[in-house]
Design a protein around this ligand. Structure first.
Ligand code: PMP
Length: 394
């Protein structure tokens, strides 16, 4: 007897880097480590008005229990936006509201993964997806990536030689951490393989709308004829994350299961938050609001990339991201990103996330993720200059 935790807890460790990065709360430090939206862009005044309206018009319903599936008017608004922006043809019945897309990732793990099952993902991939899935104890198979997305020859080989693959998890638009976007050809090829093997694809798309230049590419969901793509998205990056509103768009055979899981997890997502967003979309122009975010982030991306071009040694390669929140740098192999971070914190008051933990099976030690959405332009310039000095000194 005594306190005995479940085995899965052995796989849920606090990250050392997260502990180290706690000191970046110190305002002296210029931190590119987070992944936060710019809070100065949050529509605080508008949300005050919206909240008043929601409480005046539907106060009791907004504070009562609600349905697991989510608030129908919001699901209709989401379907309308997806069809306009992501080239899908969905209705509200294809949408379920979740508490942030992170909840969708956890539920996906719960839905599909038995111990020892295989999850295919990009290498590198989103850290908190790794954590969410890891609790269910899968084997991660990392599929190599290049500037156009997953390398299809590698994916093919892995699919042909691996049993128990439960799903393929991808972030095709402005990926976290790499900032890269899949080409149209790669999207088509993935859909072909998905159809051939009849394996679900999880399309995680929090950043797709934050495109700074070029044409938006069709979502995987829009190319899916067999109902195998499970599309997960969120208002966190195009609106504000604190409301914790995300959604899943998928075939009903999946949605029904997600609803069962959600009933056991939290019954439903905050109906006050859902009504607040729905009212905001009803009375304000969300597209114009997103356009403003894009303008601010584009300038920050420009400033970061231009300063990197000017200051970093030529041996450092980095992504010119066309949208989203991140750029990604690859250092010469002998440079250990974790050591560089420690030196940066000790001597330069600048921070970033070493890329190591974005590789579920480890082994890559010379990459960094840099966030530009949460820092004013002049600090980006200063921070990148400091980082360049630390790299040159290494
Ligand atoms: N997926 C990806 C790729 C992300 O980068 C994030 C946020 N950093 C999430 C999911 C989770 O976002 P949220 O739960 O706020 O919707």
């Amino acid at each position: 007897m005594g306190v005995a935790f479940a085995k899965r807890m052995e796989f849920m460790k606090a990250s050392e880097i997260r502990e180290i990065l706690k000191i970046t709360e110190n305002p002296e430090i210029i931190s590119f480590a987070g992944g936060l939206p710019a809070p100065e862009l949050f529509p605080v005044k508008e949300m005050k008005h919206v909240t008043e309206l929601v409480l005046e018009e539907n106060g009791r319903q907004a504070l009562q229990y609600s349905t697991t599936e989510g608030f129908v008017p919001l699901r209709r608004q989401i379907a309308e936006r997806m069809n306009r922006k992501n080239e899908t043809s969905v209705t509200y019945e294809d949408i379920r509201i979740i508490s942030g897309s992170q909840q969708g990732l956890d539920f996906t793990g719960k839905l599909f993964i038995d111990e020892g099952d295989v999850v295919l993902c990009e290498s590198p991939t989103y850290l908190a997806a790794i954590s969410a899935f890891r609790a269910y104890r899968p084997v991660f198979k990392e599929v190599p990536t290049d500037d156009d997305g997953m390398v299809m020859a590698d994916l093919k080989k892995i699919l042909a030689t691996t049993n128990r693959v439960k799903f393929i998890y991808v972030i095709p638009d402005f990926q976290n951490p790499s900032g890269r976007t899949w080409s149209l050809a790669r999207r088509r090829q993935l859909i072909e393989l998905m159809n051939e093997y009849e394996i679900p694809v999880i399309e995680d798309n929090p950043y797709g709308e934050l495109r700074f230049e070029g044409e938006m590419l069709p979502s995987l969901k829009s190319m899916d004829q067999k109902g195998l793509v499970i599309y997960i998205s969120t208002f966190s990056k195009i609106f504000c994350p604190g409301l914790r509103i995300g959604w899943i768009a998928a075939d009903s055979r999946f949605l029904d299961k997600y609803v069962l899981i959600k009933q056991g997890a939290d019954l439903h997502t905050s109906i006050l938050s859902q009504r607040q967003i729905a009212k905001f979309i009803e009375i304000y122009d969300l597209d114009a609001f997103v356009a403003n975010i894009i303008n601010v982030y584009r300038r920050r991306r420009d400033v970061m990339v231009e300063t990197m071009q000017a200051e970093f040694p030529g041996t450092v390669k980095f992504t010119y991201s066309q949208g989203g929140l991140f750029t990604w740098a690859v250092l010469p192999e002998r440079i250990k990103a974790v050591e560089l971070l420690l030196n940066c914190l000790r001597n330069y008051n600048v921070a970033f996330v070493p890329g190591d933990s974005f590789f579920p099976n480890g082994g890559v030690t010379n990459t960094l993720r840099l966030n530009y959405s949460n820092m004013p332009e002049e600090k980006i310039v200063e921070g990148i200059k400091r980082l360049a000095r630390a790299i040159n000194e290494y």
